[in-house]
Design a protein around this ligand. Structure first.
Ligand SMILES: [Zn+2]
Length: 387
């Protein structure tokens, strides 16, 4: 399976020179080719483009050799694609614009394919013709062979989108445990019914505090002033950092549950998220939980596990996970759930246990899947088989 992971780079000033040069060479080569094939009587073909590139362009512009030759050859693919779309649309009777010359700052990027053109090691990336390794902000999320890297520049930042041939997501039912419930909370990002806690990242928390402060300051600055523009820029940067930090936690949680469990039960996040996180910074509540649900769902699909989303009315935190009694008096401030049956338990853990039970009770596996599970010897809960 091929999966892509886009990682921000931390290039040194010398590395930036190389990256910009590479983007520039691709653009320049594209424009040279386009000019050539725009002349009267010229007919586009890949072979002709390649010949022209080898025999003319490359010799005319010796500085191309300062970057990997792959980079300039990207331009042949680019123009090929541009012409393909152009001719297809003409054939379909549309009136498309002829391929345009590229300008600096528009989709600045270049791509390299497979070793030895590039390789990834821990948090560094090596690319051909660049002597030093570029630092990456994260490690690769998947294990496997890196097939292609696309380096792009956006708003002054550099990114590497790395395509990896991975078997991380190949179905392995047998390694996984049966089921888990997840509670999303105030103090912790997520608490699982197996007791695993994903805490809110401290850096994220402090950045959210900083963000609130900056936003208050911004509101006091005069509209249209330089100070306001600077403050806005600062906020945009912090927003970006917060988004990345949150993404990292969400990936961690969704990876963990989909790798370790066959059946995952989550709450209907929209409603409970709003209720439970009133006091929590909006910034965590807003985007985070919706994204997490989508992540869990797509990774579950890739790994072949199932997701149950509890109905909105399901009072996950009010039920006793031992005897099933419903405690309607439970307040938001009660951190410990106490029941007449003697159970005293962390409120969030109680909710996670209830969600897990709910999922197991309501999940109706397809017959095929149940057979698969029995074949692999994984334990199928009785309620899942009879449901
Ligand atoms: Zn009870």
């Amino acid at each position: 399976m091929l999966l892509a992971h886009k990682i921000e780079l931390r290039p040194t000033p010398e590395q930036i020179i190389y990256l910009d040069k590479a983007c520039g060479c691709r653009r320049h080569c594209f424009n040279q080719l386009l000019e050539h094939f725009s002349q009267d009587g010229m007919k586009w073909s890949r072979a002709a483009a390649y010949q022209y590139y080898i025999k003319e362009i490359r010799l005319k512009f010796p500085w191309y050799s300062e970057v990997s030759s792959r980079v300039t050859r990207n331009a042949i693919d680019d123009l090929g694609n541009a012409f393909k779309h152009f001719f297809r649309r003409v054939k379909e009777g549309e009136n498309p614009g002829y391929p345009k010359f590229r300008k600096r700052g528009q989709n600045d990027s270049f791509a390299l394919r497979e070793t030895p053109k590039f390789d990834v090691e821990n948090r560094t990336l090596r690319i051909e013709r660049l002597k030093t390794r570029i630092k990456m902000r994260q490690k690769l999320r998947f294990t496997g062979k890196a097939k292609q890297v696309t380096i792009s520049k956006c708003a002054g930042k550099y990114f590497a989108a790395i395509l990896i041939e991975t078997d991380d997501y190949d179905k392995k039912d047998t390694d996984r445990r049966t089921s888990v419930g997840i509670d999303f909370g105030i103090k912790n990002m997520a608490l699982l019914s197996d007791g695993t806690v994903f805490g809110a990242n401290q850096k994220l928390k402090s950045n959210l505090g900083k963000l609130a402060k900056l936003q208050r300051r911004l509101s006091r600055k005069v509209k249209g002033s330089n100070r306001r523009a600077r403050a806005k820029h600062k906020i945009a940067r912090l927003h970006y950092r917060i988004t990345s930090q949150r993404q990292a936690i969400l990936h961690e949680i969704s990876d963990y549950v989909t790798a370790n469990y066959n059946l995952i039960t989550i709450e209907d996040l929209n409603v409970s998220g709003m209720l439970k996180n009133r006091r929590l910074s909006r910034a965590i509540a807003d985007a985070g939980f919706g994204t997490l649900r989508r992540m869990i769902e797509y990774k579950a699909e890739l790994r072949g596990c199932d997701v149950v989303v509890a109905a909105r009315w399901f009072p996950s935190s009010k039920i006793c996970s031992r005897c099933g009694e419903v405690n309607t008096d439970l307040k938001l401030s009660d951190r410990i759930y106490r029941c007449d049956c003697g159970l005293e338990i962390n409120r969030d853990l109680n909710a996670a246990l209830n969600l897990n039970k709910y999922g197991v009770d309501t999940f109706k596996p397809t017959l095929k899947r149940t057979q698969e599970l029995s074949k692999t010897g994984a334990s199928v809960p009785a309620s899942m088989v009879t449901a």
